[in-house]
Design a protein around this ligand. Structure first.
Ligand code: SAH
Ligand code: SF4
Length: 394
């Protein structure tokens, strides 16, 4: 008798973002990776009173010292012990490209030679007068490469290499503030909108957040730190559960599941409905809004119908919309929208009662969109035949 064929179990879905990304292996948990509590414990371990840990923390993050020799209030003997516990590791700026508007894009080399990038954006932009000390926004990377594979994004083309450690994330801030001789007083905003998906590296991002907001160090305001995600719903829920956390931005980028799944593979797992539910249950503080980033790709995501759907999506929870004209890069296969279309979408959204702004790409002349400087350096190093081909919409 023939044995009836068994239905095959569905193949397990293998999403690169479901696996933990590799971590930095060559740096042990030295002082540059420690929060204030960790440094207090380290100093006690070295036979010192715990308050010396606070002094070290203050030196590292308030004064932004980068060598143990600068800690002159500590004895020579203690400095030697600290040196032995580990170097102060700050990512090295290997390339800086200044834009006409005053922003500067930096490429960083990490301890294992990997590269990431960050952007220093002073406000107001060059040429605009400000009566008070200007603020600065720093765009940070959270990973080397990215697992999410968005088809319009230069970082997405690299794939995931590894997570940045908490110290490497904080180190980008120290390096950029030092490079630009930042004086205390001017507010500092941080946006995790450089390379990588921060919610795929949530533990290290939150550890960096605790160091950056500690009143004994840089004392940055949690309200001025924004984590941008491509829509990892499990990560959004986990971040929402922290009692102190950064602000949330979602890269929405399309208004139908069909198109979002084509340009952002994560949408095949967490679609627009599941995102809208996740944002509706996200525990916002009074007055807090979720930023909806929306990259405008000509002929793909920039129709007036898209605008109407975007308005309906944004009205379901407190939000503000940031329209981002696509920043073209070699081989992407996408085009930025026309100025007329940007204007029409802005009007449509404002008429619907929404807060809307357009991200006039700071540093567009220096390839400021996510991943473009480092990818440009890699492509240049490989020669003309070395670039990957970007995927086009099917
Ligand atoms: N991975 C996170 C944060 C880094 S990307 C995220 O996707 O949200 C930061 C922002 O840059 C995202 O909103 C992304 O959609 C946008 N972006 C990526 N490539 C771009 C490009 N070429 N032009 C304009 N925006 C881009
Ligand atoms: Fe990763 Fe964000 Fe780029 Fe998508 S847009 S590939 S999530 S960095």
């Amino acid at each position: 008798m023939a044995i009836p064929s068994q239905p095959r179990p569905p193949a397990p879905v293998d999403n690169p973002w479901d696996r933990a990304a590799p971590e930095l292996s060559i740096l042990s948990a030295g002082p540059s990776e420690m929060d204030r509590k960790g440094l207090r414990a380290l100093l006690e371990h070295l036979g010192e009173p715990a308050f010396r840990g606070d002094q070290v923390f203050e030196g590292l993050y308030r004064h932004r010292w980068t060598s143990w020799d600068q800690f002159t209030q500590l004895s020579k003997g203690l400095r030697t012990k600290l040196e032995a516990a580990g170097p102060i590791f700050i990512p090295e700026i290997t390339e800086s490209v200044a834009s006409e508007d005053g922003s500067t894009k930096h490429a960083f080399r990490l301890a294992d030679g990997k590269q990431v990038e960050g952007v220093h954006m002073p406000y107001p932009p060059r040429g605009v007068h400000a009566p008070a000390p200007g603020r600065v926004t720093l765009c940070l990377s959270s990973q080397v490469g990215c697992a999410m594979g968005c088809t319009f994004c230069a970082t997405g083309l690299m794939g995931i290499v590894r997570n940045l450690s908490a110290g490497e994330i904080v180190g980008q801030v120290v390096a950029m503030l030092n490079a630009h001789d930042h004086q205390e007083g001017g507010p500092v905003n941080l946006v995790f909108m450089g390379m990588g998906e921060p919610l795929h590296n949530l533990e290290n991002v939150m550890a960096a957040f605790r160091i950056l907001t500690d009143p004994g160090g840089m004392a940055l305001s949690p309200r001025r730190i924004t984590v941008s995600t491509s829509g990892l719903v499990n990560g959004i829920d986990r971040m929402g559960a922290y009692p102190k956390r950064p602000r949330l931005a979602l890269s929405l980028n399309a208004t139908t599941d069909e198109y979002r799944s084509r340009i952002m593979p994560v949408n095949r797992v967490w679609n627009l409905d599941s995102l809208s539910e996740a944002l509706a249950r996200f525990p916002l503080e009074k007055g807090e809004r979720v930023t909806l980033e929306y990259v405008l790709l000509q002929g793909v995501t920039d129709s007036l119908e898209d605008g109407r759907r975007l308005a309906r999506f944004a009205q379901r929870f407190p939000s503000k919309i940031n329209l981002i004209p696509f920043n073209p890069h070699e081989g992407s296969g996408f085009e930025p929208p026309t100025e007329e279309r940007i204007g029409a979408l802005c009007q449509l959204l404002a008429k619907a009662g929404l807060i809307v702004s357009v991200r006039r790409s700071r540093g567009q002349d220096v390839a400021a969109a996510c991943g473009q400087l480092v990818r440009g350096l890699q492509v240049a190093a490989k020669g003309p035949g070395g670039s990957h081909r970007a995927k086009r919409l099917p």
